[in-house]
Design a protein around this ligand. Structure first.
Ligand SMILES: Cc1cc2nc3c(=O)[nH]c(=O)nc-3n(C[C@H](O)[C@H](O)[C@H](O)COP(=O)(O)OP(=O)(O)OC[C@H]3O[C@@H](n4cnc5c(N)ncnc54)[C@H](O)[C@@H]3O)c2cc1C
Ligand SMILES: *[C@@H]1O[C@H](CO)[C@@H](O)[C@H](O)[C@H]1NC(C)=O
Ligand SMILES: *[C@@H]1O[C@H](CO)[C@@H](O)[C@H](O)[C@H]1NC(C)=O
Ligand SMILES: *[C@@H]1O[C@H](CO)[C@@H](O)[C@H](O)[C@H]1NC(C)=O
Ligand SMILES: *[C@@H]1O[C@H](CO)[C@@H](O)[C@H](O)[C@H]1NC(C)=O
Ligand SMILES: *[C@@H]1O[C@H](CO)[C@@H](O)[C@H](O)[C@H]1NC(C)=O
Ligand SMILES: *[C@@H]1O[C@H](CO)[C@@H](O)[C@H](O)[C@H]1NC(C)=O
Ligand SMILES: *[C@@H]1O[C@H](CO)[C@@H](O)[C@H](O)[C@H]1NC(C)=O
Length: 634
């Protein structure tokens, strides 16, 4: 070890002893914001020069603002500092950090540690509860480090009945800051940057590619930033009307409850527990209202953000047009940590929600079944253009056996009669084919009741599957040659045993809304289709990797071939997507990459498949594309 490192290491170990810190390092500032809406209380508690001055000089070095590390180049072989490294902060430094945070630091204990006798948390009752709840998204959202796709953490501590098996922290962050104010985010950003640590932002942990987890990382957990303000008349240069300001931790069900109470509609996801003001909106965000209002990112009018240099800034179209463009759709965990967004809201709207299914059987051959599906897909343009959104599944249930589930058809701004008129041509065709359906269709005079009835809590945390997806453009449904190819491809995917979960929607940028970095492929899509592969729970890592590669290249390769210029939705995708820059960002990539270098010159923020992530690599322990390994320069 170089002498310089020795000195710095000793320095890091000793400083906590030199001057005890007794209180959180924070200052209450004015609530004025350039966004024109007062800061939340959590946002008025900031890290300022005055607050830093309450620390000794040695201590404050750790938390200084800047674009690079205050402690020289603290990387080892181009890697972020990892537990066990010489440069890894000593326990005294972690204690100091916890003190300046006001006691908000959580040392990660894997959620399922209670199932393992090697952990002090070992407890059969707790283990049983965790095991029962494992597929419930609320369990993982309420944990500072857990994520909903354990594959990407490295599957190092799954619930088990074998108490003598091994459980490690694996790809979970090592520590997480349970954030309740902006000062804590700034302290964590500055500390991670200055100490050369990997940083991850975890909100709910829904991300399909493990973007909210990372071995040896310091986590910033935004879940408790729950404030919501309704603004009756918000004004920007391009908008005047009602808006809502949401803290980064607000989840879909929470904003929908609020919207219902106050009588407006908001563009949020179908998933109940998804973080609407976090990764969801930052990655684009499709919604049951998208066919009318576009993506969630399109609704954003202003944001409050902590940048990689630790500074808290208001980002509007006027204050910083570049960042305003990039953050809205350019992906979470990339340009900064958003503490709140102000989004446009819409009038209360009624909706007809319909569920039904059909399947092969005695009177319905496979060809007939597929003719029924084809009759549906032919109507994707008409249905989406009518402003509706439909979530449907097509499952393979055996040789030449299939099930179609409408789960549900969500006909916004349609009475029951209007909905029935819209779908009648398809229903008639099904009837002509001898396919009988018994739709359960109900009208609700508001979004919340329709959404609650239509979208049950989804199950999460399967550890034996990989997903992939594609945004199929309009031309694939209106050009007959291309439509035939598309339809045949989907039929063959499902016949090969892969299920699809898909959305018929459109997500055009509404006239007059400022442009943003959302995937251009969204703008002319009519179907976002997701499929997945799986393997036996006792498969070896080599077998899993083979299964993944076949899925990514061969199965999804056929989808790509039907629309090579389109792309895929980053937030519900395949972590192995080839040429992810084109697929997830399209023609926006070059500009996004440039802005990434400008706003995050030290690459503080990293997430797999995020802008700039090609410059980094995780050397995972099991060889799978997960976050259980050291993060190093590629
Ligand atoms: C069951 C389920 C249902 C879903 N339904 C929908 C849907 O209807 N529509 C849709 O579009 N998508 C949907 N998704 C996908 C969802 O949008 C993504 O998983 C998204 O990443 C979730 O964001 P999050 O903040 O909740 O999750 P997290 O996994 O916590 O975060 C996701 C990413 O965003 C970053 N991030 C989070 N908060 C911030 C912040 N404040 N500032 C900066 N970066 C941040 C994280 O670092 C990470 O990179 C669904 C996913 C699941 C599992
Ligand atoms: C600051 O660190 C230096 C170098 O380790 C040390 O010599 C000095 O005593 C420290 N000062 C304080 C006030 O802790
Ligand atoms: C570094 O950050 C400061 C703000 O702290 C900013 O003004 C400056 O432009 C940044 N410099 C670079 C090279 O990014
Ligand atoms: C339990 O785990 C231990 C350690 O990995 C292993 O040796 C043992 O075979 C496992 N027992 C069962 C029943 O799977
Ligand atoms: C995180 O902080 C919130 C708000 O202060 C608190 O209610 C919650 O118990 C904390 N969670 C943990 C795990 O410390
Ligand atoms: C709802 O539909 C009516 C026509 O039935 C139309 O005039 C109105 O603009 C639609 N509202 C929205 C929000 O699209
Ligand atoms: C598309 O497929 C249908 C049904 O198989 C067929 O009738 C039609 O001729 C095909 N059209 C083209 C252009 O290939
Ligand atoms: C329809 O798609 C086919 C196949 O991609 C293409 O050759 C043809 O030019 C398209 N037709 C029109 C009218 O765009």
């Amino acid at each position: 070890m170089a002498p310089r490192s020795m000195i710095a290491g000793a320095f890091l170990g000793a400083l906590a002893l030199t001057a005890p810190v007794t209180a959180q390092v924070v200052e209450q500032v004015s609530s004025d914001s350039q966004a024109g809406v007062p800061l939340f209380t959590s946002e008025t508690l900031q890290l300022t020069a005055d607050a830093l001055a309450t620390l000794s000089q040695n201590q404050s070095t750790l938390f200084q603002f800047g674009n690079s590390s205050t402690l020289s180049a603290r990387t080892v072989g181009g890697c972020k500092v990892f537990p066990g490294d010489f440069w890894w902060p000593s326990s005294l430094v972690w204690t100091l950090f916890d003190k300046v945070l006001g006691g908000a630091l959580i040392k990660t204990v894997p959620l399922a540690a209670s199932c393992y006798s090697s952990w002090p948390e070992y407890d059969a009752d707790t283990c049983a509860t965790i095991t029962d709840d494992w597929t419930n998204s609320n369990l993982h959202a309420a944990d500072s480090a857990s994520v909903m796709w354990p594959l990407f953490e490295g599957r190092t501590c799954l619930p088990t009945t074998n108490a003598s098996a091994a459980c490690t922290v694996g790809g979970y962050s090592s520590y997480a800051v349970n954030v309740t104010n902006v000062a804590q985010i700034q302290l964590a950003v500055n500390f991670a940057r200055n100490a050369g640590l990997r940083l991850v932002v975890k909100n709910t942990g829904h991300d399909f590619s493990g973007k909210s987890t990372g071995a040896g990382a310091l986590g910033i957990w935004t879940h408790h930033l729950k404030e919501i303000d309704y603004i009756a008349n918000y004004k920007t240069s391009s908008y005047q009307g009602p808006a809502v300001k949401m803290g980064a931790g607000v989840q879909a069900f929470e904003i929908y409850e609020k919207a219902n109470e106050l009588g407006f509609s908001v563009v949020g996801g179908e998933g109940k527990t998804v973080g609407v003001a976090g990764g969801y909106v930052l990655g684009g965000g499709h919604s049951p209202l998208s066919s009318i209002y576009g993506l969630a990112a399109d609704q954003v009018l202003a944001m409050e953000v902590v940048l990689a240099n630790g500074r808290f800034v208001t980002v509007t179209e006027e204050s910083d047009p570049d960042l305003f463009w990039a953050i809205r759709g350019g992906g979470g965990g990339t340009f900064g940590i958003v503490t709140s967004v102000i989004s446009r809201v819409h009038p209360k709207v009624g909706v007809t929600v319909s569920t039904f299914s059909f399947s092969t059987g005695a009177d319905v051959s496979a060809d007939t079944f597929w003719a029924g599906v084809r009759a549906y897909m032919e109507r994707f343009p008409a249905h989406a253009d009518a402003g509706t959104y439909a979530y449907f599944w097509i499952l393979n249930t055996g040789t030449d056996s299939f099930v179609f589930l409408m789960n549900p058809f969500f006909a916004v701004n349609h009475t029951l009669a209007e909905y029935n008129a819209l779908v009648q041509p398809w229903y008639d065709e099904l009837s002509d084919l001898g396919i009988s359906i018994t739709p359960n269709s109900n009208y609700y005079d508001n979004f919340y009741d329709g959404w609650s009835a239509g979208f049950p809590l989804e199950t999460v945390a399967a550890s034996v599957m990989l997903t992939g997806s594609r945004l199929f453009p309009r031309e694939n449904f209106v050009n007959e040659t291309l439509f035939n190819t598309t339809f045949d491809t989907l039929r063959s995917t499902i016949s090969d045993g892969y299920a699809i979960l898909a959305f018929n929607l459109k997500a055009e940028l509404v006239d007059g809304y400022p442009d943003n970095a959302a995937n251009p492929a969204f703008r002319n899509t009519l179907m976002h289709a997701i499929t997945s592969t799986s393997w036996d729970s006792d498969a070896t890592n080599a077998e899993i990797l083979d299964t993944m590669d076949y899925f990514t290249n061969t199965i999804l390769g056929k989808w790509r071939a039907t629309c090579p210029d389109s792309g895929a939705y980053m937030s519900e995708s395949d972590i192995q997507e080839p040429n992810f820059q084109q697929a997830f960002y399209g023609s926006n990539y070059a500009r996004l990459y440039k802005l990434k270098q400008l706003y995050d010159p030290s690459s503080l923020f990293y997430a797999p498949t995020a802008v700039g992530s090609e410059n980094w690599v995780v050397n995972s322990q099991d060889g799978l594309p997960d976050q259980n390994g050291r993060l190093c320069r590629a």
